[in-house]
Design a protein. Structure first.
Lengths: 372, 636
C-alpha cells in the first residue's frame, strides 16, 4: 500500500474525504488548494510521504496519537481528556463585540502572545470572499480580523508549512478538530519533518459539528443574497438554527437544513466535535448567550487559562450540569453518526481510523452522564 | 555556399532542391514571389528573399497561402511572372482561390510549388496535393532530381504562359531538402512593365463556358506533354516488370534495380508530367510488358490515372497486372525509401535478396546513442511555451472543472506531448483551435460545464484565427484564447510576420498590434509574461471564472532561439546542491521528472539536479518552480 501522494489520492482525494485542513499543503509542489479544494497537480512516485502521514483521514492510529499528546491512549471516549471544564468569556469588549460567541479564543491568544508564551500564532482569517486561509499573526489587531466564522473549513495548517519562520519562535495555532488531529499526527510522525511543528507549543481547538464546502456553498449564498457583498454569517442556537447572512444592509435568514447539502463528506466521518487533541478546546454554551465552553486538556492549557484569568483577560464560571450533559451527548452523537457513516462507506474497519471493536462498542453504548 | 543569384551559365553548383527551384524561377525571370512558410517548402521563398534586392524582386511572406497565391496571381494578371510556394496543408487553404483562378486563367507565367511531406515528419497530416491538379484541371510537374527541379520550374513558367493557366509543381521532402549538383543557365535581364488590362477582366463566371475553355487548355497541355523531356523510359526493350514512377520514387527505383542486379529485367518509366498524362507516350510504354509496378509518394495518384488510361484502351493493350498501393505491394501510407522499393521489386521478380534486418532501425539508434544526447521530441530549453503549458496545467487543475485545451499546428502543437504536459487535446489545421473553441463555447446551453481554452501562436493568429475570433464575438461564444506571442514563425525557421516589425527581405515594417486587433474584434484582452509563472496561473484562473464572452490572454515572450541570437541570457542559473531536495519528500525531482526542461540534468551520483550550462538559456523559469528555492537565478 502506497503511503505517499498516490495513497492520499486513492484514499482521500478521490474518495471526497479531504477536510481541507492544509496539513499536506506547501510541503511539496504536487498539492495546492484553490477555493477550498485541495488539488493534486502531478504524480509523485514516493512510497511514503508527509502528505499521507499528516493527513487526518489516512490510517489514523488514534491510540498512538493520543499517547503522543497525552501520554495515554484513546480512553476518554466521550470527548477526550479533560482536566477542567468551565464556561468563560473575554473581558475586553473589543473581543466580545467581534466574537462569534464569548471572544475567549481571541482573548487567550492575545494573552499568550503578550506574555511571550508564544511569539507567533496561526489563525484563519477570511478573504473578501469569505474564503478561509491560514495566516501567521503576531499582534492584537490582526487577531480581531480573524474572529468569527464562515462555517467553511480552510487550509489553516498550510501557513505552518509555508512560513516564513525565523527559526526560534514558539508557535500557537487555533484549529478545527481535523486540524488538531493533523497537528498531533505531525508531532507523532517519524518522517523527516522540515517544518517547525516541534515549536508548536499551544494548540487551541474549536468545537465543530461540520464545515461546508466552499464553492457550492458560496454559489448558493450568492444566489440567495442576490447582490450585496456578504459581510458576516451566523447560525442562531437551537432549536431555531437559522443561518443569518449579513450582506450590505440586508439580513437574509436561511434555515440550516437548506445548507446541509454543502457539508463536506469528510465531516460526516469525523468522530471529533470538541477538538480533543488540543491543549484547550473552546465552543459555545447552549442557552447562555455570550459564553464559551472551555475544556482544559493539558498542563499548557491549564496554565494559560489560569494566567489569563488572573490577568483579567477572561472571566470564568462553572458550567452547569445540564450543559455538561448536553455537551457530552452532542460529542457522542457526532461519534456515533461518524461510525454509521463509516459503516455505510464500506465498514469501520476499512475506514481511516484504527479503532478496536471494543472501543466502537464503548462509543455506541456510552451515555451522556458526566464522567470527569 | 554559392549564391543562387550568380549569373554563371554552365557552372555546376551544389544546391538544395528548394534552392534549385528558386534558381529556376530566377532563370525564368520571376518578379513576384509570395508564400506562407511551411516545411518542406520554406526555403524556396526564403532563398529568394535573400536575393530580392539585387535581383529586383518583390518577395513576401504573406499571412496565409491563399493570400500568397492571390499576390502571385496579381503579378500574373499584370503580365509579370509570379511564383508561389507552400506545403501540402497550405494548398488546402489556397484551394478556394486556385479553383476559381483555373477558370479566369493567367497572364504572365504563374507557378505554384507545393512541397509534400510524406509521413508528415513536420506536418499535422500526410497528404498528396497532386489531387488538386486533377480537381482543378491544371498541369502538374514532378521533379525527380535537383537539376530537374530547376529545369521544371523554368519550363513551368513557359507552359503557364502558353496555356494561360497556373502550373503546379509537386515536390517532396527528399527533393526539396536534399542537395545535389545543378548546372546553371543564364538569368535574363528583363524589366517588363506591369499593367492590368481592363479589356481582359478576370471573372470566374460564367462557370460553364470557362470550364469548357479550361478543358481545352488541359487537352493542349496533354499534347504538349507527349514530347516532354521530363518523361523518359530506361531499361530493356521487353522488360519483365515495368516500374512507373515519379518524383523521388524515380531515384529509389534506380537504386533498387541496381541493388537487385535486375537491370536487364526491369524497365523504369519516369513520369515528370503527371497531370494530364500524355496518353500516347504512356500507352507506347505500357505495351512493353504485362506486369506494371507503381512507385510514388503518398497516394496512388499516378497509379489510378494510368489505370484509368489503360481501362480506356484495354482492348488494344490486352490483359495487364498492376502492382502498387492498391495491391498492397507498396505500403499505402508513410514515406517510401530505397529499401521498400527494393523489396517490392524483389517480391515481384522472385529474385534473391537479403532484406534489411527488422531490427535495423533500432540498431542504428543504438549505434548513434553515444553521438547524440537522448532527448524526447519537445520544446527547446528556455522555450516560453513550456512555461505557458506549465501554467495552463496548473490553472486547469486548480480550476477543477476538467477544462481542456484546443490547439493547432505550430511549435506549441508539441503541447500535446510530454514537454507540454499533454495539455493540448486537439490538433488540426491552422487556427482550428480557436474555431473549435467557437463551437465548444456554445455548448454550455446544453450543459457543458468544462471551461474551454484555445491556444494559438502569433503567426497562426494572422493566418487563420482572426475569423474565428470575430465569429466568437459576433455569435456570443464563451472561451479563453491564449495567444502565444513568441514574435516569430518559429517552427518553420523564424520567418518574420506582421507582428515582428520586418519583412521577408529584412526591411522595417509596421507592427500589427495584437492587443488592438483583438480588442477591435470585441474581445476582452489581457497580457502576461509566461515566464512569470504565478502571475500567468493566476490570470488564467481568473479569466476562466469570468463572466461569459470571449477573452484573449496574450502571453508575450520571444522565442528562445530568436532571443539567443540577439542577446545574452537573462539569468545565470545555478542549483544550490545543499538545498536541492532531490528525490526527497518535498520535491521528488519536480524539475527533472515533471518540468523536464532539457537545460536541467539529474546527476545520479550526487542525487541532485544540475544545470546543463551548455544549453541552458537562462530563462529562470525553473527557479520559480523549484519548491526548495534551490535553483537560483542571478541577472546575467
Amino acid at each position: 500500500m502506497n503511503k505517499g501522494l498516490k495513497g492520499l489520492e486513492e484514499k482521500v482525494i478521490s474518495q471526497d474525504l479531504c477536510a481541507a485542513c492544509g496539513a499536506c499543503l506547501s510541503l511539496c509542489p504536487y498539492l495546492r488548494s484553490w477555493k477550498g479544494r485541495v488539488v493534486k497537480l502531478d504524480n509523485c512516485n514516493l512510497e511514503e510521504g508527509r502528505c499521507f502521514a499528516y493527513c487526518p483521514r489516512t490510517e489514523v492510529d488514534l491510540d498512538g496519537v493520543y499517547r503522543r499528546i497525552f501520554g495515554k491512549g484513546y480512553e476518554e471516549i466521550e470527548m477526550g481528556p479533560a482536566r477542567k471544564i468551565v464556561m468563560a468569556r473575554a473581558r475586553d469588549p473589543q473581543f466580545t463585540k467581534k466574537a462569534q460567541t464569548g471572544g475567549v479564543v481571541s482573548a487567550l491568544f492575545d494573552f499568550a502572545l503578550k506574555e511571550g508564551m508564544i511569539q507567533s500564532g496561526i489563525l484563519t482569517p477570511r478573504d473578501g470572499e469569505l474564503l478561509p486561509q491560514g495566516k501567521i499573526i503576531k499582534n492584537r489587531k490582526k487577531i480581531l480580523s480573524c474572529a468569527g466564522s464562515s462555517y467553511v473549513s480552510g487550509p489553516t495548517l498550510e501557513a505552518l508549512n509555508r512560513g516564513p519562520w525565523k527559526g526560534r519562535e514558539r508557535i500557537g495555532i487555533v484549529g478545527l478538530p481535523c486540524q488538531v488531529l493533523a497537528l498531533a499526527r505531525m508531532k507523532a510522525s517519524k518522517l523527516d519533518k522540515k517544518t517547525p511543528i516541534d515549536r508548536v507549543d499551544l494548540v487551541i481547538g474549536l468545537f465543530c459539528t461540520w464545515a461546508l464546502e466552499y464553492k457550492p456553498f458560496m454559489a448558493f449564498l450568492k444566489k440567495r443574497v442576490n447582490g450585496p457583498p456578504i459581510k458576516k454569517l451566523n447560525i442562531t442556537p437551537p432549536p431555531e438554527r437559522i443561518l443569518e447572512v449579513t450582506a450590505g444592509n440586508k439580513l437574509v435568514r436561511i434555515p440550516v437544513d437548506d445548507i446541509r447539502p454543502f457539508i463536506r463528506s469528510s465531516c460526516r466521518v469525523c468522530l471529533d466535535m470538541t477538538a480533543e487533541l488540543s491543549d484547550l478546546s473552546v465552543g459555545t454554551v447552549e442557552g447562555k448567550e455570550g459564553w464559551n465552553t472551555v475544556i482544559v486538556r493539558t498542563a499548557m492549557g491549564e496554565n494559560l487559562l489560569r494566567r489569563a484569568k488572573k490577568a483579567g483577560f477572561i472571566e470564568t464560571k462553572s458550567l452547569p450540569k445540564d450543559n455538561l450533559k448536553h455537551l457530552i451527548e452532542a460529542s457522542l452523537l457526532k461519534k456515533r453518526r461518524a461510525l454509521d457513516a463509516l459503516k455505510e462507506r464500506g465498514g469501520i474497519e476499512k475506514g481511516y481510523l484504527n479503532l478496536s471493536a471494543d472501543l466502537v462498542k464503548r462509543i455506541v453504548s456510552a451515555s451522556g452522564e458526566a464522567n470527569p | 555556399m554559392s549564391s543562387i543569384a550568380q549569373n554563371a551559365p554552365g557552372k555546376t553548383v551544389l544546391l538544395m532542391g528548394n534552392e534549385a527551384i528558386a534558381r529556376g524561377a530566377l532563370e525564368a525571370g520571376v518578379k513576384v514571389c509570395a508564400a506562407y512558410p511551411g516545411n518542406p517548402s520554406s526555403e524556396i521563398i526564403g532563398t529568394l528573399a535573400k536575393v530580392a534586392g539585387e535581383m529586383g524582386l518583390h518577395v513576401e511572406w504573406s499571412v496565409n497561402e491563399k493570400v500568397a497565391l492571390e499576390v502571385a496571381a496579381a503579378a500574373s494578371f499584370a503580365g509579370l511572372r509570379g511564383l508561389c510556394a507552400m506545403k501540402q496543408n497550405g494548398l488546402n487553404v489556397a484551394s478556394d482561390f486556385l479553383l476559381n483562378l483555373n477558370l479566369t486563367g493567367t497572364g504572365g507565367g504563374l507557378v505554384l510549388v507545393v512541397a509534400d511531406d510524406p509521413s508528415g515528419v513536420s506536418s499535422s497530416n500526410e497528404e498528396d496535393s497532386r489531387i488538386y491538379a486533377k480537381l482543378g484541371d491544371l498541369p502538374l510537374l514532378e521533379p525527380a532530381t535537383f537539376q530537374e527541379a530547376k529545369e521544371m520550374t523554368k519550363t513551368a513558367f513557359e507552359i503557364s504562359e502558353q496555356l494561360g493557366l497556373p502550373v503546379l509543381i509537386r515536390s517532396v521532402t527528399r527533393v526539396s531538402h536534399a542537395r545535389g549538383n545543378v548546372s546553371l543557365d543564364e538569368i535574363p535581364k528583363s524589366s517588363p512593365r506591369p499593367r492590368f488590362e481592363n479589356s481582359r477582366p478576370r471573372l470566374a463566371f460564367p462557370p460553364v463556358p470557362n470550364h469548357k475553355v479550361l478543358h481545352e487548355k488541359l487537352n493542349k497541355a496533354r499534347q504538349m506533354f507527349e514530347t516532354s523531356p521530363f518523361n523518359l523510359y530506361r531499361g530493356p526493350e521487353k522488360p519483365e516488370l515495368l516500374v512507373v514512377t515519379s518524383g523521388s520514387g524515380y531515384m529509389y527505383s534506380l537504386e533498387a534495380v541496381v541493388n537487385l542486379g535486375v537491370q536487364d529485367n526491369v524497365g523504369i518509366l519516369k513520369m515528370g508530367t503527371t497531370w494530364p498524362l500524355p496518353e500516347k507516350f504512356l500507352l507506347k510504354n505500357l505495351k512493353k510488358t504485362d506486369r506494371i509496378l507503381f512507385i510514388e509518394e503518398v497516394d496512388p495518384f499516378l497509379e489510378n490515372n494510368v489505370k484509368e488510361t489503360y481501362a480506356q484502351n484495354c482492348f488494344d493493350l490486352g490483359l495487364k497486372a498492376f502492382f502498387g498501393k492498391a495491391s498492397k505491394d507498396v505500403p499505402e501510407v508513410g514515406e517510401l525509401n530505397p529499401e521498400i522499393v527494393t523489396q517490392a521489386i524483389q517480391k515481384l521478380l522472385n529474385v534473391s535478396y537479403e532484406p534489411r534486418p527488422p531490427d535495423y532501425t533500432q540498431r542504428a539508434h543504438e549505434a548513434a546513442s553515444d553521438l547524440v544526447p537522448s532527448r524526447t521530441l519537445g520544446f527547446c530549453p528556455g522555450c516560453p511555451h513550456r512555461a505557458t503549458y506549465w501554467a495552463i496545467k496548473m490553472a486547469l487543475a486548480l480550476d477543477g472543472r476538467d477544462g481542456f485545451v484546443l490547439g493547432d499546428i505550430g511549435c506549441y502543437g508539441l503541447g500535446a506531448g510530454p514537454s507540454g504536459f499533454g495539455q493540448m487535446k486537439t490538433l488540426h489545421a491552422m487556427g482550428s483551435g480557436a474555431g473549435l473553441a467557437c463551437g465548444f463555447g456554445q455548448l454550455d446551453r446544453f450543459g457543458l460545464e468544462q471551461p474551454v481554452v484555445a491556444v494559438c501562436g502569433d503567426s497562426t493568429f494572422y493566418h487563420a484565427a482572426m475569423p474565428a475570433l470575430v465569429n466568437a464575438y459576433y455569435n456570443g461564444s464563451n472561451f479563453l484564447l491564449l495567444l502565444l506571442d513568441n514574435s516569430a514563425t518559429a517552427m518553420t525557421g523564424f520567418q518574420p510576420h506582421p507582428g515582428t516589425g520586418s519583412t521577408a527581405t529584412g526591411e522595417a515594417a509596421p507592427v500589427v498590434d495584437l492587443k488592438a486587433v483583438c480588442e477591435g474584434f470585441g474581445a476582452r484582452v489581457e497580457g502576461v509574461d509566461p515566464f512569470d509563472v504565478s502571475a500567468t496561473v493566476e490570470t488564467i484562473l481568473r479569466l476562466l471564472q469570468d463572466e461569459k464572452g470571449v477573452k484573449v490572454l496574450i502571453l508575450k515572450r520571444e522565442c528562445a532561439l530568436v532571443s539567443a541570437k540577439k542577446q545574452k541570457s537573462l539569468y545565470k542559473v545555478e542549483v544550490d546542491q545543499e538545498r536541492c531536495l532531490g528525490e526527497g519528500c518535498g520535491c521528488n525531482r519536480l524539475c527533472t521528472r515533471i518540468f523536464k526542461c532539457p537545460g536541467l540534468m539529474w546527476d545520479s551520483t550526487t542525487e541532485k539536479a544540475r544545470i546543463d550550462e551548455a544549453i541552458c538559456t537562462g530563462c529562470g523559469v525553473c527557479a520559480e518552480i523549484c519548491p526548495a528555492s534551490a535553483i537560483r537565478k542571478e541577472v546575467a
